[in-house]
Write a new protein. Sequence first.
Length: 122
Amino acid sequence: MSIVLDRSALSKEPLWSSQPVAKLGRTIKFVAEVISSNWQNDYARKFEDYALLGIPEYWIADYQGLGGEFFIGRPKQPTLTVCILGEEGRYERQLLRGNQPIVSSVFPSLNLTAEAVLRTGR
């Protein structure tokens, strides 16, 4: 897992001065998960948890195409799922593959493709 924190919000984190723990969702601006054999956690459980915390953007990098067909489609193939939190507190998912560009709300100047992210895991 990789995260991006809002430095200005760290002063409000109750544990931050003694240990690197962020408990408040508004402090976390971005999370990226790399899929492993327990892919169900990333596609279902964490998807809901992160939305409830209000994390604006969540990426699921499935460089081996391990996720279920419901999550990555058929045929199963490497997929980057970009989840952007909508106004109603639910993630809107974009399934990206190959040379499809990544559009990020947290990194608006980002110039990457799904393939550039997914090949780093191989």
